[in-house]
Structure formats: C-alpha cells, structure tokens
Design a protein around this ligand. Structure first.
Ligand SMILES: Cc1cc2nc3c(=O)[nH]c(=O)nc-3n(C[C@H](O)[C@H](O)[C@H](O)COP(=O)(O)OP(=O)(O)OC[C@H]3O[C@@H](n4cnc5c(N)ncnc54)[C@H](O)[C@@H]3O)c2cc1C
Length: 592
C-alpha cells in the first residue's frame, strides 16, 4: 500500500499550458485567480487529500457502509471527520456564487482540486461530486426563494445533494419514469422508488437535498412529461435549519464490486402521506433542468477516471521500483522490475494515458468557464458552449475507458500480488469499473456525441475542433522538435477523424449504422484530441520550461509515446467505422 501524493506540478502545468487557464482567467474576469493563487490552492488541497482523505481509502473499502435499523447509513471511520474538515476549510465553495457564500473562483480551478479528492478516495469524493452538481442545477433552475433557502447551506457543505433519476424499469431510457408528484398547495407530494442513489443517505452532513425526477398527474408521456423536484431529507424550518423529517428514506444499500464506502441506496419517497417536494424550473421541463446537473457530473465522472488512473499509476511505479526479479537487459544481478522493458511499456501506457486524459478533462472544464463568462460577446460564448457540449461525452467516455486500461495494467505490474487485495491495486481496478456505467453509460455517451453533438449541428462543432487542431499539422515553431515521422502520424490521425466525420454525416439517416459506429467515433475523436493536447503540452514544456530540463524531457517522452503507441489506435477506429454495421449486426439475436 502506498501513500497518495498529488502531482501538483503536473496539474498546474496542464491547467495553465494545456487548458489555458490563465488566459481564460484574464478574458473572463477572474483577476484573483493568478498563477500564484492557483499554485497555493493546489498545494493546500494536495496536503489535505494526502493526509486527511487518502488514509480513509483502504479502510473504507474494507469496512463499507451499513444501514442501521432506523434507516440511517453509517459511514466508515474517518469519513465524517474528513467531510467536516473539508466543509470547514471552505473546499466545498470554491467555484460558487459569492451571493450564496461561494468564493467565486473559476469552475476549472476546482477541477484539479477535485481530482485530488477522487484519487485520494473515490467513494468519499462522490459525495461532494453530487452535491456540486445539485448546486449547479438549483443555481440555474430554482426559484429565488429555493435558492435562498438551499444554496448557502449546500455551498458551505453543511448540506449535501443527490441525483434521483434511476428506477428499476428506467435507466438509460428515462422516458419510463413512474415516480409521481401530486400538487398540494405550494408544494408537491412525491411518491415512488428510486434505485442506485449515490450518497442517498449518510451521516456526514446535517441535511440532504434530493433532486428527484417525477411525473405530474396530467403529464404527457415520455421525457416531455418529467418534472424536477427538490426533496429535502429534513424540511427547512422557519429559521432555515433542518426541521421535520420528510417522508423519504433509504430502504436498502447495494452490495457492489467497488466503491464499497459510497452508499448506493434504494430510496423510497412517500411511504406515508407523500414526501414534500419543491418544483425546480417549470413543470414538465425537468429533464432539461436535470441536464445541468448531469452535464456537470459527466465532466467530473470523466475526471474520476483521471484520478483513479493517477492513483493506480503511482502505486504501480512505486512497486516496480522496489520489487526485484530476474536480470534486466544490460544489467548484472537481480534487477528491480522497472528495468524490464515490458514493465516499462506498461508504466508508459499508464502514465501517458493519464496525462493525456488530464489534459482533455481540464480543457473541457476551462471551456465551461468561457461559456459561462457573461462579460464575453455572445458569439464567443456560443462557440465555447458548442465546444463544451462536444467535449463532455469525450471527457466522460474516454477518460473513464482509459481508467479501465490503466487500472488493469496497474494490477499487471504487480504480477500475482496485484490480484491479492492487500496490495490495494485491486481496489483501484474494482472502483474504476463503475465509471463507464454511471452518469450515462459510455454507449449512451457515444450516441450523444454522434447524434446530438455531431449530426444535429451537421458537424459544425467537430469542424471547429478539427480546425483548432490543424495548425499542429504544420511545422511547429517551437523548441519541441516533432520529427517528420511523428508529424505524419498526427496528420494521419487527424485525417482519420475528418474521414470518419464525413462518413458519419453521410450516413446520418441510418440509425443502425450510427448506433454501430458511435463508440468507435467517440474513441477516435477523443484519442485525436488527447494527442493534440499532448503535443500542446510538449511544445509548452519545451518553450516555457526550457530551464526545467527534466520536466520538459519527460513531457517530450510521454508525448512521443502517445504519438507512437496510442495514436495509431485511430486507424483501427476508422476501419471499424468504415465497416459500419455489417460486421456488428451479422449474427441474428437467436445465434448469440
Ligand atoms: C454504483 C452506482 C451508482 C449510481 N448512482 C446513481 C445516482 O446517484 N443517481 C441515479 O439516478 N442513478 C445512479 N446510478 C444508475 C446509473 O446511472 C445507471 O445504472 C446507468 O445509467 C445505466 O442504466 P441501467 O443500469 O438501467 O442499464 P440499462 O439502461 O439497462 O443498460 C444496459 C446496457 O444496455 C445499453 N443500452 C441501453 N440503452 C441503450 C441504447 N438506447 N442504445 C445503446 N445501448 C443501450 C447500455 O449502454 C448498457 O450497456 C448508479 C448506478 C450504479 C451502479
């Protein structure tokens, strides 16, 4: 078992030089978020993540959570204390509106900070992740009264938030939601059951605000008849403090493959007179409101992929430096296994994918800040909004897919000991496995990218992204020397994306085709974009950090590795897209 040390230098570098944080901060009016302030925040967060949160990770996994006979969830030792310190230190409020007690810093500055929470303990980090999404949804859609009542408590971390969409018959397809909402004066009475609700009940905060999707009695069928409600665990009393217990509770907890310390609750609303809920946004417009939360959570679930990959990489690196076996080429006597080329191959894949995924996630989140900046002209904001919409499925989909590869290689680096729970490598692998599933499976992300984000705007947002990437296909004016061979590889990958986009647009009327190629299109566009960001990183390291020789040299090594070993995956994705649905649909259902 190893400690977690947040790679603050790499994070700050990626935020500034790959995602362009300082430029964004200047353009969007965040004068206070100087490089020094960013560096200080990251260092303090790293200390908190390493010393307070990380020590709860293994014990949390081993102990798990339990539901007592009064339907209260008991969290593992140290969780509650870590959460209280987190809230008291102001970590919950970084990016939120000062009007409600927030610190008014950019969203993208909260991202490396949150990366550290998830790397330290992903199960614990899910509680702030969902609360942040709930704050976003309420800030954008709730009435002023509801905002005044709920946001200050949630932004301070005193109250947490949840997201209640899923029902047994309604997962990826939310049109089948059956939970009912009956108007009752100024409020609504909610009745129904939700499953898989993350942190739906717990003992870390004094109140929980559940954001619940439900149907009004006269609602039209399907997704156009879904409304959103804020349903507090305790109803706020006249002074705004938690008062009477609402008619909702956790009735059981799921036993899971990973994230054992995150309570995944079956929630029952309205076993008696009906849980009191407050309408958020307009009636029957609930799904659109919930998307504020879901889009935010999709980016941060992608970020969890970066976090768990970083943790798995650090652990594998430390082990391979210590473990000795055999004699490595050119060595004498027994060698640490890190000297074996095949172990190096695994570590390079792990490190390179993690760095690239971090670049992609941070870039998506900086685009969110641009899109939200009210001081910018509308056309610029609209362009960034298109970029955010396009990058969201890439961040969610690719960063969580690479986490599967990285955490699996993490086990492989350990050999047999990786399969044994006590080393901790297995926990990362188990924990990571949920990432491609929740917040919309990666299959659904792929359909979102191809349908809503590419076909619907006739490839406009993708064309803008490709245009931004194209300058790198010319000779680089930089200290970073991209060899002609590597230049050709990047050109080829970009051409694959252009080709694939053309094919997708040409066959956009054929649902079976787009459904069959969507995942490859998601992986292709993400891999090219991540490659572009790695090139940006190597260029910036060579130019701006020339004095910091080792850092620039390392960045050059991982970038070259990405181009040589990861980017060629693009050709395979294009080949799959060109084959279309024929091969995938060749077997009839009855032959499976
Ligand atoms: C640990 C955990 C925590 C969760 N937390 C929350 C939470 O806090 N709040 C909440 O509301 N939900 C939560 N969920 C639910 C989660 O979001 C759903 O499990 C997920 O969206 C998938 O829905 P499903 O399980 O019903 O699978 P299904 O929808 O049945 O999907 C099964 C498979 O079919 C594929 N599929 C389905 N429809 C299509 C389609 N149209 N096209 C192509 N492929 C398709 C899927 O990609 C998947 O591979 C959580 C789940 C877990 C396991």
């Amino acid at each position: 078992m190893t400690a977690f040390r947040a790679p603050t230098r790499e994070m700050a570098f990626t935020l500034q030089n790959v995602a362009g944080f300082s430029e964004m901060a200047k353009a969007c009016g965040y004068e206070d978020a100087s490089e020094d302030v960013v560096a200080a925040i990251l260092e303090e967060a790293a200390r908190f993540a390493g010393s307070v949160i990380a020590p709860t990770n293994v014990t949390g996994d081993q102990t798990g959570v339990r539901l007592d006979s009064n339907h209260n969830v008991v969290t593992p030792d140290g969780f509650r204390e870590a959460y209280q310190q987190y809230a008291e230190s102001g970590w919950a409020s970084l990016q939120f509106d000062p009007e409600f007690g927030g610190q008014g810093l950019p969203f993208s500055l909260a991202i490396p900070v949150q990366e550290m929470w998830h790397a330290a303990n992903m199960a614990w980090g899910l509680c702030p992740l969902l609360s942040q999404g709930a704050v976003e949804a309420l800030s954008e859609n709730a009435s002023d009264l509801l905002k005044q009542q709920m946001l200050p408590k949630m932004i301070s971390g005193q109250w947490t938030g949840t997201m209640n969409l899923t029902e047994p018959q309604s997962g990826s397809d939310l049109s089948g939601i059956r939970t009912q909402a009956r108007p009752d004066g100024d409020v609504y009475r909610i009745k129904g059951q939700k499953i898989f609700i993350t942190w739906g009940e717990h003992d870390m905060a004094e109140n929980i605000i559940h954001l619940v999707l439900a149907r009004l009695p006269d609602a039209p069928p399907g997704v156009k008849g879904i409304s959103l409600f804020a349903v507090p665990k305790y109803l706020p009393n006249a002074s705004g403090e938690p008062g009477e217990r609402n008619d909702c509770q956790a009735v059981s907890l799921e036993h899971k493959l990973g994230i054992h310390a995150s309570p995944t609750c079956v929630m029952s609303f309205g076993d008696n007179e009906g849980a009191i809920g407050y309408l958020v946004g307009e009636e029957n417009r609930g799904l659109a409101c919930m998307f504020t939360m879901m889009n935010n959570a999709r980016l941060t679930v992608g970020l969890q992929g970066v976090s768990i990959s970083e943790r798995a990489y650090q652990q594998a690196r430390d082990y391979t430096l210590e473990r000795t076996q055999g004699t490595a080429p050119g060595e004498q006597g027994v060698s640490p296994i890190i000297k074996h080329p095949d172990v190096r191959r695994m570590l390079m894949i792990m490190r390179t994918l993690t760095e690239a995924a971090r670049g992609l996630a941070y870039t998506g989140c900086v685009a969110v800040d641009y899109a939200n900046a009210e001081n910018l002209p509308d056309d610029i904001r609209a362009r960034y909004k298109r970029r955010v919409d396009l990058l969201t499925p890439l961040v969610k989909g690719w960063c969580t897919e690479i986490a599967q590869e990285v955490t699996s290689l993490g086990i492989q680096c350990y050999g047999g000991m990786g399969f044994i729970e006590e080393t901790g490598a297995a926990q990362h692998y188990r924990d990571a496995r949920i990432l491609p599933i929740y917040e919309g499976t990666n299959g659904i992300q792929a359909l979102d990218l191809i349908g809503r984000k590419t076909v619907r705007d006739q490839g406009r947002a993708m064309a803008e992204l490709i245009d931004d990437m194209r300058p790198l296909t010319g000779p680089l004016q930089s200290n970073y020397v991209l060899t002609a061979a590597r230049q050709a590889k990047f050109d080829q990958a970009l051409a694959c994306l252009e080709d694939a986009t053309r094919v997708v647009l040409e066959r956009s009327d054929d649902d079976q085709f787009t459904g069959a190629v969507a995942f490859d299109y998601l992986m292709l566009s993400s891999t090219v974009t991540a490659g572009w960001l790695m090139l940006k990183a190597a260029t910036a390291a060579a130019n701006d950090h020339a004095e910091q020789g080792t850092f620039a040299a390392n960045k050059l090594a991982t970038t070259n590795f990405f181009i040589d070993y990861i980017l060629p995956r693009c050709s395979a994705h294009l080949s799959a897209i060109r084959s279309g649905d024929d091969a995938i649909m060749a077997l009839p259902e009855t032959e499976f």
